[in-house]
Design a protein around this ligand. Structure first.
Ligand code: PEP
Ligand code: MG
Length: 591
């Protein structure tokens, strides 16, 4: 038995097996129980086979289109997939260290890359790039496999106590909170925020434990006592019984949200909850979560098999049509490829890695020829996608959205290409219905000119992941500043307010699709800012529904108005805790 002392931020006690989530690094790491090892190994093997298949397919298509010399560049990657160095090493890491496959692949890559780094050889440098691509592809494919990180978080066999290094919105969004009995975190820096989160979810929580996530093995029995701030690892039988007896006396958790029907706040404001998806197969997940539509389909994920110029119009049309038909009559907002020019040169859609786990990974600093800028620079590729979208629009309700917009000129130029694409279809005798056209507001210049941009488009979607990063000039992959990535920064809140006002003035709808929307605390504040449409990862919709059903939009509007007068994130968090974090009895935490 071992007892650790932290800060109790949400009252009550939780007893159960530990689920350990560590995401300090870019790839999330889960220590896994012995019973999960075989599943992770098999997930890795499937991912390897799938990667092999994809690379063979790309190789064949490039050979057909561009000749066999170019296609040969994939031979090295195919060999690496079969070579024991990467995959076998990852298997050993899974078995010996009892960690999830995705982390093991990353670790194996890091080890080999370190060896390459020590040698000044241009040939080896190039091989390192190949290896990086292969590891990226394996990880991407692992996400779709049973046993991936998403699966571990969502498909919990038994109710667990979550032990994490920190609770970021992306982890919060992935969890099935009906199965989380309580949680404890290393981090103490976001105490207020975590307190509000725990209290609104009605679970006991202790924070500020420094290294609890490293000290508790996955599956170990733990007690999290939110009243005293104690976390007990492998408790004695008597302590365990006492804690279990206390759990029986605890106040009931908030009721489960109504699964059906509209999502209204307590004062009758209708809130729309939509899903962000990356793959056409995610439609089933979105429907199961009760999503009222797709607010963001990150279409670049369909390029995981190759560069954008190889994704043909027919192939894209089939994918979009599948999504639109399966979501009908609900609307589907498809974002045109948010990629940059490097994807033309480098065949792997590395940067398309799941944004839920890597909101910033490989994206930070991508302020070059990206998103709509890339589309305008590569009109042939852009128009191919636009034609596919227009054709798919005939099968349901489809909206087209341009990413990374920073000026009115870009929107006009993109709309002109959309008109060209329509003309090309009509010339072929193919019906091309008119579609609503919107833009992501994720670059500060777009936010500042929202009222001008609103005259050019049919809707806005605020992408808070990029908007925060570029507004605060914070590279989240740089550990020295990543703690400054702060959704509650007054500048971010003011910009969001400004965007909403611009949209309202011109009478167009505005949604939020960044991670902010999946965080219960921030969601309430956004409702207070007058936003009513939110798109999030499907796993987050259940909690969001509960939050909406417990929130008074009028009261939140008063809270939001006061928040706008506060100068620091600390002040804002403290005020929010006082305002709506007092579900339980514990005192306001100290930082
Ligand atoms: C965003 O920037 O908030 C967003 C939703 O886009 P992505 O995460 O795909 O960059
Ligand atoms: Mg973005």
């Amino acid at each position: 038995m071992e007892r650790l002392k932290g800060i109790g931020v949400s009252a009550g006690v939780a007893v159960g097996p530990a689920l350990v989530a560590i995401q300090r690094t870019q790839v999330i790491r889960f220590p896994i129980g012995a019973d999960r090892v075989a599943r992770e190994l098999s997930a890795l093997e499937h991912a390897r086979a799938r990667s092999h298949e994809q690379l063979q397919q790309i190789r064949r298509r490039i050979a057909e289109l561009k000749g066999s010399d170019l296609a040969a560049i994939f031979d090295a990657q195919l060999l690496m997939l079969d070579d024991p160095v990467l995959v076998r090493r990852a298997e050993t890491i899974i078995a010996d260290e009892r960690v999830n496959a995705e982390w093991a692949v990353q670790r194996a890559f890091d080890e080999i890359a370190a060896v390459f780094n020590d040698v000044e050889d241009p040939y080896l440098h190039e091989r390192k790039g190949d290896l990086h691509d292969v590891a990226g592809r394996l990880r991407l494919n692992l996400r779709g496999e049973k046993g991936g990180a998403r699966d571990l978080l969502q498909d919990l066999d038994t109710p667990c106590v979550l032990i994490a290094d920190e609770l970021t919105p992306s982890v919060v969004a992935q969890l099935d909170w009906n199965r989380i009995l309580g949680f404890a975190t290393d981090a103490g820096s976001r105490t207020y925020h975590t307190a509000i989160l725990a209290r609104s979810l009605g679970v006991p929580a202790v924070v500020g434990l420094r290294n609890v996530s490293r000290r508790i093995p996955a599956g170990a029995s733990v007690i999290v006592d939110g009243d005293t701030g104690d976390v007990t690892i492998d408790p004695a039988a008597a302590d365990r019984q006492e804690a279990e007896a206390r759990t029986c006396l605890q106040r009931a958790r908030p009721p489960a949200p109504r699964a059906e029907g509209p999502n209204d706040t307590t004062d009758g404001i209708r809130i729309q909850l939509l899903a962000n998806i990356e793959r056409s197969d995610d439609v089933a997940l979105a429907l199961a979560s009760g999503a009222e539509g797709i607010g963001l389909y990150r279409s670049e994920f369909l390029l995981a098999g190759g560069p954008p110029d190889l994704a043909g119009e027919d192939e894209q049309y089939e994918v979009y049509r599948h999504v639109v038909e399966n979501m009908a009559p609900r609307a589907v907002t498809i974002r045109t490829f948010d990629i940059d020019e490097r994807q033309l040169a480098r065949p792997l859609a590395d940067m398309a890695l799941d944004a839920r786990w890597f909101p910033e990974h490989e994206r930070s600093g991508h302020a070059g020829l990206r998103g709509i800028r890339f589309g305008l620079a590569q009109p042939a590729i852009f128009k191919t996608q636009l034609r596919a979208l227009l054709r798919a629009a005939a099968h349901g309700s489809l909206r087209v959205m341009f990413p990374f917009v920073s000026s009115v000129q870009e929107v006009r130029a993109a709309r002109a290409l959309l008109a060209d694409a329509r003309g090309e279809l009509e010339a072929r005798g193919v019906p091309a219905p008119s579609v609503p056209v919107g833009i992501m507001i994720e670059v500060p210049s777009a936010a500042f000119t929202a009222s001008l941009l609103a005259r050019e488009v049919d809707f806005f979607t605020i992408g808070t992941n990029d908007l925060i990063q570029y507004t605060l000039a914070v590279d989240r992959t740089d550990e020295r500043v990543s703690d400054r990535y702060e959704p509650l920064h007054p500048a971010v809140l003011r910009l969001i307010r400004q965007v909403r006002r611009g949209a309202v003035r011109e009478g167009i709808p505005v949604a939020v699709c960044g991670e902010m929307a999946s965080d219960p605390v921030l969601l309430r504040l956004l409702i207070g800012c007058g936003l009513t449409e939110f798109s999030m990862t499907p796993g987050a919709i259940t909690i969001a529904r509960r939050v909406v059903q417990e929130t008074s939009a009028g009261e939140m509007a008063r809270i939001a108005a006061r928040v706008m007068t506060l100068g620091t994130v600390d002040d804002i968090e403290r005020f929010l805790l006082e305002s709506f974090g007092q579900r339980d009895t514990s005192e306001a935490p100290t930082r």
